[in-house]
Design a protein. Sequence first.
Length: 457
Amino acid sequence: MSLPPAAPSRRPNIVYIVADDLGYADLGCYGGRPGRFGAVSPQIDALAAGGLRFTQGYANSPVCSPTRFALMTMRWHYRLRGALEEPINSRSQGSTTLGLPPEMPTLPGLLRQAGYRTALVGKWHLGFAPHFGPLKSGYEQFYGVMAGGVDYFSHCSSTGEHDLFDGDTPCHDIGYLTDLITERALRQIDQWAPGAPGAAAEPAPAPAPFFLSLHYTAPHWPWETRDDVHLGTALHRRIAHLDGGNVHTYQRMIHHMDEGIGRLVARLRERDLLQDTLIVFTSDNGGERFSDNWPLVGGKMDLTEGGIRVPWVAHWPAGIAPGGVSTQHCLTMDWSATMLALGGGQADAAHPLDGVSLAGVLREPAARFERPMYWRMLHRGQRALRHGDWKYLRVDGYDYLFNLQDDERERANRATREPERLAQMRQQWLDWNAQFPPVPDDAAVSLVSGPADMPSR
C-alpha cells in the first residue's frame, strides 16, 4: 500500500455524508449482496477502495436524533435534554427544550470560526423552528428537512405538514427528495468552487475551505424509489409505510443515494477539489426492516451490534493512502472531533470534547489506541460498554457479556462463566453514567417499527 504525502499542504475541504438507517452490510464494500439491477453501492465502494474503511466503527446511538446531537457537539449526547428523546418526534414542534440549543458550540460553528464556509444539505432532526435550526447552530446555509422522516415526493412529515426548507423559508421544489438533496449539494460546491458560476471576478483571494454536511434521508422509510411517485399522495400521513416496501425497493433507494454521491465526487474532480477534500461516509445508526446487518444481530433501537455498528469510509487523496482497512474502535463524535482538528478549529473551553481525533489513524491505518465506548437507551432499559474485545450489555434487566472477537453475533453469553469481568464492566458503565444528569420523567421513546430481536435469555 502506498503512503500519502508526509503532510497535506492545506486544510482539507470536508464533506460529511450521513445515510439514514443504513445497515452494516448493505454496501458492497462491507459484504453486501448485489440487487436485482446489479451492484448496490459502486460509488461508495470506490471511495472505500481509494481510501480507508473502518470495520469497528459505531454510531453514538441506535436511533437518529441522539446520534446527530453527538455529531454536532462532539460530546456525549446524554448531556442534552433533547437527545434523551428516542428520537425527537414531529409532534414536539413548538418545544423550547427538545432540540440543539443555539448557544451550544457545534462542529460547523467552530469550523466557521476557523475560516470555513458551512452548509447543511439534507436532514436536520435536531429540533424545530422557531427555537432551533441549522442556521442557529453554525451553518451559513441550509436546504433540507427538519423532521426525522418525510415522504420522498410530497415532502410531508408524519404530521402531514410540508417539510422542505431553503434556509428558514418553506420550499416547494418538485421531485424525488434524494435527487433534490444531491442537486443542491452540487450547486453548493459550484458556489464555493474557484471559478464557479457566481464566484468573485479576478483578482480574487484564495477560496476559503468548506464544510458540507450532506445528510441524506435515504434509505429511511417510506419505501419509495424514483418510480414510486404515486405513493407520495397515497400514503399521506402513514409515511412509516408499515404495509409496504421490500428488499429490492430498499436496495434501489440506496443506489439512488449512491448515484448522487458519485455525481458529487465527479463534481469535486471537475473543480479540481477532490485531492484536497476529506469525504467521510457513514450511517446515523444501524439498519431497519429491510437492512442487511450480517453477521451482526439486531438493528435500529437496539444496543446489540446491528443497532450501533455502522459503515465508516474516509477518502482524502492528499492525506489518506488508498486501499486501507482499520480496526480502530470509534464513535460518531470521534469523527466530528477529527474534522475539527484537521480544520484547525478549537474546542470551546466551557464544553470540552468527549470525541477523540482519529487523525493519526487516517495517516497510519495500522495504528490503534484504546477507546472504551458506552451507550444507554431508555427503550428496554438498555446499557452497553465495549472495551477491547469485550462487550457488556443489559436488556430488560438481563446482563450479558460477549467476546466480540470470537462472537460478533452475540450468541454466547459469558456472564456466568466470567462473573468478575461482568462485575467490573458493569461498574465501569455505572461510573461513566454517573457524570450525566438524571433522565427526566417525561423523556419519551418513539417506536415506529417495533423492537428488533435481542439476545436470547
